[in-house]
Write a protein that binds this ligand. Structure first.
Ligand code: PLP
Length: 354
C-alpha cells in the first residue's frame, strides 16, 4: 500500500536516521533540576542563532506563546495582534483561560501589520486608550498564507511598540521559513522583538519541541511559568538531541519545501483556475479556495483523501503544507489528485476547467 501524501501540516515529519541516532545516544539529566546537558546545549545554540541572551526549550509552540502572553500581561488587559494570529484564533482560548487576557485584533495585509496600524490601534483617539500590554506578530503568518515579513516591516512595528512603551513578541513558529524566503537571518528579525519563539517540530523536522528566547530575566520567569503550566519535564534531552539535529540541518533544506509549495500552487491553479494565487505562495503553505466550485470544502478534503492526499480545512479553505517527508513526486501525485477531483466535481457554481 502506498503511503498517503500528507500535506496536513509540516509537523507530520518522522525523525531522520540522524535524529534517531542522536536520540539513542543522547546524554540526559533531569531538566526539572536544570541538569540535562543536551537541553542545555540546545538552549544555548538556539539563543545564539536568534541573537538573544537566553532561551528555554519547551514541548510546544503554543506553550511558548502562552508563557510569553502570561509573562508580558496582567489579567483584564489586551494583546494586540493581527486578526488571524495563531495565538488568538488557534490556541483553544488559552490566553483567556491561563492569563485572563483578551485580544485587540487588527486586520493586516496577508497577515502583516504596519507600524502605523499598530500606532493607530494603540491610540485611536478619545479618552480611553485600549488597555494593551503586549503586541504580538507572526512570522511567517500562517492564515495569511505563510507570508514572510520583510525585516524593515518588523523594525517599523518594533519602533511603534517602543514608542508606546510596549513589548513586542514574535511568534516565529516558522521563522526559519521566513528567513529562507527573504534571505534575512533569524537574529535580524529577533533584534526588533523583546522575545520570540520558533518551532523545531515544523519545517525544521524535529519530532517535538519549540524554543522561547529573550533576555535572561524573561527566560527565568518563563522557566517558572513552564512549571506552573505543567511542563516541567524530565529527561527532555532525548527530544532535545533531535532538536539539535533539526537546528543544524533543518534550515538549509527549507528552500526545497518552498519550491514544492510553488509547484503545488501552480498545479492546483491549473486544475482549478482561480482557487490559488501562486504568486502569493512565498513559503511552504498553500491555501486553495474551493468556494467557486459549489462544493463544500469538506467534500474536497474527503475526495482528496480518497485519492491518497491528506489536507486540512482552515477558515473555509483547503490548507496544505509542504515539508521534508513530501518530495517532488509526492507533489506531482497531489496535483494529479486535484485534477481528478476537479473533473469529478459536479457542474454548478464556478465550474473547474475541462
Ligand atoms: C504551529 C504554530 C504554533 C503552535 O505550535 P505547536 O507546537 O503546534 O503548539 C504557534 N504559532 C504558529 C504561527 C503556528 O503555526
Amino acid at each position: 500500500m502506498t503511503l498517503p501524501v500528507d500535506l496536513r501540516s509540516d509537523t507530520v515529519t518522522r525523525p531522520t536516521p540522524a535524529m534517531r541516532a542522536a536520540m539513542a545516544g543522547a546524554q540526559v539529566g533531569d531538566d526539572r533540576f536544570g541538569d540535562d546537558p543536551t537541553v542545555g546545549r540546545l538552549e544555548e545554540q538556539a539563543a545564539e542563532v536568534v541573537g538573544k541572551r537566553a532561551a528555554v526549550y519547551l514541548p510546544t509552540g503554543t506553550l511558548c506563546n502562552q508563557i510569553a502572553v502570561h509573562a508580558f500581561t496582567r489579567p483584564g488587559r489586551l494583546v494586540l495582534c493581527e486578526s488571524g494570529a495563531h495565538v488568538r484564533a488557534m490556541e483553544a482560548g488559552s490566553a483567556a483561560a491561563l492569563s485572563g487576557v483578551a485580544f485587540l485584533p487588527v486586520d493586516g495585509e496577508r497577515g502583516l501589520l504596519t507600524g502605523a496600524q499598530v500606532s493607530d490601534a494603540l491610540r485611536p483617539g478619545g479618552d480611553d486608550p485600549p488597555a494593551v500590554d503586549l503586541v504580538a506578530i507572526e512570522n511567517t503568518h500562517q492564515m495569511g498564507g505563510g507570508t514572510p515579513w520583510p525585516v524593515d516591516a518588523v523594525r517599523e512595528v518594533g519602533a511603534a511598540c517602543r514608542e508606546a512603551g510596549l513589548p513586542l513578541y514574535l511568534d516565529g513558529a516558522r521563522l526559519f521559513n521566513a528567513c529562507a524566503a527573504t534571505g534575512a537571518a533569524p537574529a535580524d528579525y529577533a533584534a526588533h522583538a523583546d522575545a520570540l519563539m520558533f518551532c523545531l517540530s515544523k519545517g525544521l523536522g524535529a519530532p517535538i519541541g519549540s524554543v522561547l528566547a529573550g533576555d535572561p530575566e524573561f527566560i527565568a520567569q518563563a522557566r517558572r511559568l513552564k512549571v506552573l503550566f505543567g511542563a516541567g519535564w524530565r529527561q527532555a534531552g532525548i527530544m532535545a538531541a533531535a532538536g539539535l539535529v533539526a537546528l543544524r540541518e533543518g534550515p538549509a533544506r527549507l528552500a526545497e519545501d518552498h519550491e514544492n509549495a510553488r509547484a503545488l500552487a501552480a498545479g492546483i491553479a491549473e486544475a482549478l483556475p482561480g482557487s490559488v494565487d501562486p504568486a502569493g505562495v512565498r513559503t511552504n503553505i498553500v491555501f486553495a479556495d474551493v468556494s467557486g466550485t459549489g462544493q463544500d470544502p469538506r467534500w474536497w478534503a474527503g475526495r482528496l483523501a480518497a485519492e491518497g492526499v491528506l489536507v486540512t480545512l482552515l477558515g473555509g479553505r483547503v490548507r496544505m503544507l509542504t515539508h521534508r517527508d513530501v518530495d517532488r513526486a509526492g507533489i506531482d501525485t497531489a496535483i494529479a489528485a486535484w485534477r481528478r477531483v476537479a473533473r469529478a466535481a459536479p457542474a454548478g457554481g464556478g465550474r473547474p476547467l475541462d
